[in-house]
Design a protein around this ligand. Structure first.
Ligand code: NAD
Ligand code: UDP
Ligand code: UDP
Length: 340
């Protein structure tokens, strides 16, 4: 297999050979904004292996060249260091817009920039889509449902978002990005797709971005305290990144232009999740409770009926399988000295 779970990196020679074997036809050209990030780099791998030409535009704020280094120099691949807040002129058939920091500590670092990235960045990507008649896909988020009063969350739910809280720059930014997406569809006939992504994890998650999966795995690997924020009764549903990539490609290639939830309905309390991480890694970490963060959603689980019906998609990986591979990835990074 091309994907090596233990390293989280692609076998470069095998990947290049697989792409060389693909028939020589007119290839679609695809822009992945945010393609050097965690999800973006896995999507790029998939698109390259499907034989497309891929352009990544990324400002490397939370992403890294290391995530895509195995494609640099490949004739079908191009990397542009670019901030989506500025206009971009390229000729492409499809645009995946993933550019946006995704973890709370990162998106709260510079909230004004987070809003600009979602608003101006999405306008630029939609302006580009309009000019070149490309299909546009927005990676929205379960965060648009806020602290949900409906459970599980269906796409028809309008959400419960604090417009001025610490998460607002991200949540409201994505809500406007969705609004812009449908405004360009209505006003300019742009073909659009909207994925509402639920918590996703896997190799190449940024080790320093403070998300729960990377935090717990790294804490357990070092024998440090596992930090549960609040009493740990809040829930999340976790999907493995390869399932998400399947869903994103199915959505882009399919006919559904309504928003679609992409997530794994396997739901855990954060307390239980901490115990799973500790037991899996087998170190003597203590589980400690720190103060809760403001506006932390209390429950989150996707209703994925629409994705099942419209895309014939559902997750194939259990959380357990995904976590085991993610643990191997972080263990490898630690042993190689990339992270402490
Ligand atoms: P990530 O932080 O790893 O990736 C985001 C990428 O966008 C990074 O490479 C970053 O450098 C780039 N970027 C940020 N601001 C930019 C800008 N102004 N111009 C150009 N590039 C910029 O996060 P991820 O987990 O890979 O998330 C990818 C997308 O999926 C994001 O839009 C995120 O909101 C969405 N999403 C992710 C999750 C999840 O659990 N991972 C859940 C819901 C939604
Ligand atoms: N844009 C871009 N690349 C393109 C076409 C447009 O980055 O190939 C940007 C453009 O700079 C503008 C935005 O997309 O700021 C919105 O474009 P649109 O044509 O919708 O609006 P207008 O240019 O009329 O403001
Ligand atoms: N969380 C935690 N300890 C950590 C990091 C996160 O208890 O070290 C909690 C956090 O409060 C939230 C959940 O885990 O309830 C998911 O957090 P994450 O930042 O990964 O994603 P999001 O809140 O955006 O779903």
């Amino acid at each position: 297999s091309l994907y090596l779970p233990s390293s989280g990196h692609v076998d470069v020679a095998a990947a290049h050979a697989a792409v060389r074997k693909l028939p020589d036809v007119k290839r679609k050209r695809i822009l992945v904004a945010g393609g050097a990030g965690f999800v973006g780099s896995h999507l790029v791998d998939r698109l390259m292996l499907m034989g497309y030409e891929v352009i990544v535009a990324d400002n490397l704020f939370t992403g890294s060249k290391r995530n895509i280094e195995h494609w640099i120099g490949h004739p079908h691949f191009e990397f542009i260091r670019h901030d989506v807040v500025d206009p971009l002129m390229v000729e492409v058939d499809q645009i995946y817009n993933l550019a946006c920091p995704a973890s709370p500590p990162h998106y709260q670092l510079n909230p004004v920039k987070t809003v600009k990235t979602s608003v101006m960045g999405t306008i630029n990507m939609l302006g580009l889509a309009k000019r070149v008649k490309a299909r546009f896909l927005l990676t929205s988020t379960s965060e648009i449902y806020g602290d949900p009063l409906e459970h599980p969350q269906k796409e028809s739910y309008w959400g419960n978002v604090n417009p001025i809280g610490p998460r607002a720059c991200y949540d409201e930014g994505k809500r406007v990005a969705e609004t812009l997406t449908y405004a360009y569809r209505q006003q300019n006939g742009v073909e659009v797709r909207v994925a509402r992504i639920f918590n996703t994890f896997g190799p190449r998650m940024n080790a320093a971005d403070g998300r729960v999966v990377s935090n717990f795995v790294l804490q357990a690997l070092s024998g440090k305290d596992i930090t549960v924020y609040g009493d740990g009764t809040q829930t999340r549903s976790f999907q493995y990144v390869h399932d998400l990539v399947d869903g994103l490609v199915a959505l882009m290639e399919g006919e559904c232009s309504e928003p679609v939830n992409l997530g794994n309905p396997e739901e855990y309390t954060i307390q239980t999740f901490a115990e799973i991480a500790r037991n899996l890694i087998g170190r003597e970490s203590r589980i400690v409770n720190l103060p809760a963060t403001q506006d932390d959603p209390k429950q989150r689980r996707p209703d994925i009926s629409r994705a099942k019906e419209e895309l014939r998609w559902e997750p194939r990986f259990s959380v357990k399988q995904g976590i085991e591979e993610t643990v191997e990835y972080f263990r490898m990074l630690k042993e190689a000295g990339y992270i402490k």
